[in-house]
Design a protein around this ligand. Structure first.
Ligand SMILES: [Ca+2]
Length: 222
């Protein structure tokens, strides 16, 4: 009986500390409330840390209360499902900061620590408002069979996003419509406009929006 009190105190303190640190970490992740503990652990009730949880753990010092969500953590694909942590949590650039309203569309949030949980839409719009035109590098690259192309436009514009082969032949029209200001992500499944799979090789994707025009290279490797 002599040991009962200190032991129960230790258990209580440990339990409360674990609870605080869990809620604390959830509040430091964009849309962290969506999967709560399941963002970082193998189950929603806790248990072993998943890959995203280990990436978070590596950034949190003992007793540390610093913000760990940043562009670097956002750019990692911790669970290896082809989507960056930022894309999964609706903050692709890692610009969200604790205390701000949750970014993006909470219905599109998927779990960055679970490879079976990934975005179901190829069109991710967020509350992020770009100031300039931007065509980002596709990912993955090289790719097989599909890749994602992200671009940003600062105002409503007619936008076209086309894919060409090395001979300059138009392969696929991914976008050809008026779009409002924002960040867009489009999936190319490696098929041409007639739905035929294209062969391995170098392809170009070209974004045109207003007076903006940029072309980038990607590699399909089967
Ligand atoms: Ca995932």
């Amino acid at each position: 009986m002599k040991n009962f009190l200190p032991l129960s105190l230790i258990v209580l303190i440990f339990g409360v500390t674990a609870l605080i640190s869990r809620d604390f970490r959830v509040s430091k992740i964009p849309n962290g409330n969506k999967f709560s503990c399941g963002n970082c652990h193998v189950s929603s009730l806790g248990g072993a840390r998943n890959a995203f949880g280990r990436a978070v753990e590596a950034r949190v010092t003992f007793g540390g209360n610093q913000d760990f969500w940043d562009s670097q953590l956002a750019s990692l694909d911790s669970d290896g499902d082809g989507f960056s942590n930022g894309v999964e949590l609706q903050d692709p650039n890692g610009t969200w900061r604790p205390g701000q309203p949750n970014p993006g569309n909470p219905n599109l949030v998927s779990n960055p620590g679970d490879p079976n949980s990934k975005p179901t839409t190829s069109h991710v719009e967020s509350s992020f408002y770009p100031y300039t035109y931007k065509l980002l590098d596709n990912y993955p690259n090289p790719f097989n069979p599909e890749t994602r192309i992200v671009f940003e436009i600062p105002r409503e514009e007619h936008v076209s996003l086309m894919i060409f082969d090395v001979n300059g032949k138009l392969i696929k029209e991914l976008v050809n419509e008026n779009l409002s200001s924002g960040r867009y992500e489009k999936l190319w499944d490696g098929k041409d406009d007639e739905n035929n799979e294209v062969v391995s090789g170098i392809y170009f994707y070209q974004l045109k929006a207003g007076h903006f025009e940029q072309t980038k290279k990607m590699i399909l490797l089967k």
